[in-house]
Design a protein around this ligand. Structure first.
Ligand code: NAP
Length: 492
């Protein structure tokens, strides 16, 4: 062991919703032998890193929060800074700062078959030895910037939406935005009044329905804050409404046509030009990609300062971008709202489990798979929060994280109860679960909706989303099926 080796029972990687949720649960269980390591310099995860103008949650925040930590939210859908404040509050309330080390980027980890524990190494030279490792790094944390020709020669300012450069004053600037996903539709309405020109490079038109966000009225605040059960009832009501939407996405894609009408109406009420309407109207079923909500998107696109470019980026020049139709447009700033590495995010890891089995090689060959999204065969005592096939198109991932924490805690307790040192799923149980999941995914809007989305990996398999509504995921993770697991005991 080197001088820097630190032994802990549980190592949590990441200090966002997942890491804070796990730390909070351990504290509640009376555990103190754990450490949280985080690459950035504060709690918050995605809500610490994503600080672009207009950044907000698109799931009602009453539900996008821990079930045991209610908060007096200002609005129905909160902005990033309020969510960040909430997360820091929860972390401090449970004293997690004392367990956290920031500025630590995990580079590799391996399972030692003799010691029955993980060895985890950071780029900063730390070495942790841990019985249990919880990955709380999330699915949307590695920004993706496409490798456009000539990008390295571009002399202007360029940054990714999730790494917003707050020192850049956009006032009076010619700004290009590439991408029309959840981030772009929040950024553009927030900056359109500042910029001199906005060049929007759209590869695929998104479905955007009106956003019913608003501040709570004084009366609503009074009810929510003072009537016992009111806040919980609102949370439950929001959950049920989201689940109905989820039923449409997962079982009855035809039922989403009503929302498509709302999306078309949203275009028609603002965009009067027939050609522009056509360019902005998607040719795939609503919710096949993430369903977006905005009142400012179409007004920003009909602003005389905006140019919609649908021919695609051919290449960058030192001063701007040439589109595929040959038109060259100079810009001062380029913002990449081009999303994240998701279905290939594991390629940024180096994890070796039992018998030196390489998780990256396996997922490269077979696709990303886990049992119930949390545990992986041959990877003892490793628990993924928001692992493979645990995302939703309709509901709060915080609900999912809580299901996964409960599930992981059951496994950790089962190890302790059996005087074992480790647990991992049987390969057959993992395969059977994934067969069921992939069969179920076949009927969903993500599969039949006629779009290309980042939910699918290079094998053409959806490795990102759960195949059903959140209630089913809750049922799948509520009780541990111990027969699905193999327990390892330390040879003495
Ligand atoms: P995204 O949904 O992946 O959108 C990326 C956009 O960039 C798409 O329009 C994509 O076009 C375009 N793009 C990618 N590569 C391109 C290329 N080479 N050339 C031209 N265009 C390219 O990313 P995002 O908007 O950052 O959102 C990612 C996820 O983050 C969301 O789905 C959501 O889960 C989460 N998010 C959530 C919130 C929230 O409110 N909770 C807010 C922001 C983000 P195509 O559509 O053609 O692929």
């Amino acid at each position: 062991m080197t001088a820097k080796t630190m032994s802990v029972q549980t190592l949590i990687i990441g200090a966002g919703f997942s890491g804070i949720g796990m730390g909070k649960t351990l504290i509640k269980e009376g555990a103190t032998d754990f450490q949280i390591i985080e690459e950035s310099n504060d709690f918050g995860g995605t809500w610490h890193l994503n600080r672009y103008p207009g950044c907000a949650c698109d799931i009602p925040t009453e539900l996008y929060s821990f079930s045991d930590e209610p908060w007096k939210w200002e609005r129905l859908y909160s902005s990033w800074d309020e969510i960040h404040k909430y997360l820091v509050h929860v972390a401090d309330k449970y004293g997690l700062r004392a367990y956290a080390r920031f500025g630590r980027h995990v580079e590799r980890a391996y399972w030692d078959d003799d010691e029955n524990r993980w060895h985890v190494f950071t780029a900063q030279g730390d070495h942790y030895a841990a019985q249990f490792v919880i990955s709380g790094v999330g699915a949307l944390n590695i920004p993706q910037v496409p490798e456009f020709d000539g990008l390295d020669q571009y002399k202007g300012i360029a940054f990714h939406s999730a790494r917003w450069n707050k020192d850049v004053d956009l006032r009076g600037k010619r700004v290009a935005i590439i991408g029309t996903g959840a981030s772009a539709i929040q950024i553009i309405p927030a900056i359109i009044d500042q910029v001199a020109e906005l060049h929007l490079y759209q590869r695929t038109a998104p479905w955007v329905i009106p956003n019913f966000n608003r501040e709570y009225s004084r009366f609503e605040r009074f009810v929510l804050n003072h009537i016992p059960g009111a806040r919980r009832s609102l949370r439950n009501g929001v959950f049920l409404a989201q689940e109905l939407l989820g039923l449409g996405m997962t079982r009855f894609p035809g039922a989403l046509q009503g929302l498509e009408k709302l999306g078309r109406w949203n275009i028609h009420r603002t965009v009067k030009d027939e050609n522009l309407r056509k360019e902005l109207t998607p040719d795939w079923t609503l919710a096949c990609k993430r369903l977006l909500k905005s009142n400012g998107w179409y007004p920003a696109l009909v602003d005389p300062k905006t140019q919609l470019i649908t021919d695609g980026v051919q290449r960058f020049t030192p001063t701007g971008i040439i589109a595929n139709d040959g038109a060259e447009r100079d810009v001062d700033v380029v913002i990449f709202a081009t999303g994240f590495h998701v279905s290939d995010s594991y390629t940024f890891l180096d994890i070796k489990g039992r018998d030196g089995i390489d998780l990256v090689d396996r997922w490269n060959n077979e696709g990303m798979q886990a049992l119930r999204g949390v545990t992986v065969a041959d990877m003892p005592n490793l628990f993924f929060l928001l692992g493979p096939n645990t995302g939703y198109g309709h509901n709060s991932v915080v609900f999912n994280i809580e299901c996964q924490i409960r599930y992981a805690m059951q496994l950790i307790k089962a190890v302790e109860k059996r005087n074992a040192t480790a647990v991992m799923p049987k390969r057959k149980a993992q395969d059977d679960y994934n067969k069921w999941l992939q069969k179920n995914l076949k009927n969903t809007v993500w599969d039949v909706g006629g779009c290309n989305s980042w939910y699918f990996d290079k094998h053409g398999v959806n490795s990102v989303l759960f195949s059903d509504i959140a209630t089913i995921y809750w049922l799948k993770t509520r009780l541990l099926k111990k027969g699905e697991y193999e327990f390892i005991r330390q040879e003495s």
